[in-house]
Design a protein around this ligand. Structure first.
Ligand code: NAD
Length: 298
């Protein structure tokens, strides 16, 4: 059993934190949202008054926050994790942010004698609930081995991607492709429906060809194609990941024209008021002007 601290109890963080409690770890939690904290306390966690207080109660501290500025603030800001961490403790950021911010935070913590891993999370909230997420891990091998009992409570496939920041490089690569796939799949289904094809026919064919993908098979099947556009994975987070992936590619001198078109579609969804809806709402974005709906039978 490890004393674990967890900061960021949102869509993903709450079930991940619950799985740590279920695995027998002593959990201390913090979130800006007091209601989210209360639910974890009811599940067996202890509340702390700040990220620093979480860190001083913990051997391993985890963050699962929206974006890089949130992580920087929670770690290096006033009352942040860095103030409470003891020499020899371990910090794991499981949010999706950029490799550069990860490496800068890692360098700041190393000066305090604290090791860091990045371990962004793959798959969906349903997998986070089941504890079967894919974890993309960056950092030293010995640090990963130290963290393994804690990470195993939240993930099924723990994949070491390289040094610190490489988990984030992998996650941005993954999410660039995932965003392209859901946007393109939505366009194609609406196009087929407008041409007069039923969803049943389209799925029967697509399932057998190279066009099939997990967005169609799992994410859209479970939500958008049932007319459910509640998150899940919010449009604004998909936009953030696509933006960070494009920035990473720009810094490497690489062109990503399909990624740029996908980012534009996600921007269009935000401007249409869909920022806090599930990313599957890109289907709705194409359906409305086409005057068709692509839905599974109730
Ligand atoms: P969310 O918005 O549901 O949750 C974020 C939580 O962080 C909220 O409870 C919020 O109150 C809290 N928070 C924000 N700033 C804070 C701060 N400074 N201190 C303490 N708490 C703070 O987001 P989510 O969907 O859980 O995503 C979290 C991260 O995981 C993001 O980086 C996202 O890209 C990534 N991710 C999400 C999914 C998904 O399917 N939702 C899947 C994989 C990865």
């Amino acid at each position: 059993m490890t004393a674990v601290g967890f900061i960021g109890l949102g869509t993903m963080g709450a079930p991940m934190a619950r799985n740590l409690v279920k695995a027998g770890h002593a959990l201390t939690v913090y979130d800006l949202n007091e209601g989210a904290v209360a639910k974890l306390v009811a599940a067996g966690a202890t509340a702390a008054a700040s990220p620093a207080a979480v860190a001083s109660a913990s051997e391993v501290v985890i963050t699962m926050l929206p974006d890089a500025p949130d992580v920087e603030k929670a770690v290096l800001g006033q009352g942040g994790i860095a103030e409470g961490l003891r020499r020899g403790s371990l910090y794991i950021d499981m949010s999706t942010i950029d490799p550069q911010t990860t490496q800068a935070i890692g360098a700041a913590l190393r000066e305090k004698g604290v090791e860091m891993l990045d371990s962004p999370v793959g798959k969906t909230v349903e997998h986070a609930i089941a504890g079967t997420s894919t974890l993309m891990i960056g950092g030293e091998t010995n640090v990963l081995e130290r963290a393994r009992p804690v990470l195993s409570a939240m993930g099924q496939d723990l994949i070491h991607c390289g040094g610190l920041g490489m988990g984030q490089a992998m996650k941005l690569t993954n999410n660039l492709l995932a965003s392209v796939l859901i946007t393109a799949s939505s366009e194609a289904l609406v196009c087929g429906a407008k041409a007069g094809l039923s969803l049943e026919t389209m799925i029967s064919v697509l399932k057998t060809t190279m066009a099939w993908n997990q967005q169609l098979a799992v994410a859209m099947h479970n939500r958008a194609l049932k007319g459910d556009f509640e998150p899940g994975f919010m449009v604004k987070l998909a936009h953030k990941d696509c933006r960070l992936a494009l920035a990473m590619n720009r810094s490497l001198g690489i062109e990503t024209p399909v990624g740029a078109a996908t980012l534009a579609a996600l921007q269009e969804a935000i401007e249409a008021g869909l920022a806090s809806k599930d990313v599957g709402a890109v289907l709705k974005l194409r359906e409305d002007p086409a005057g068709v709906q692509v839905r599974l039978p109730a």
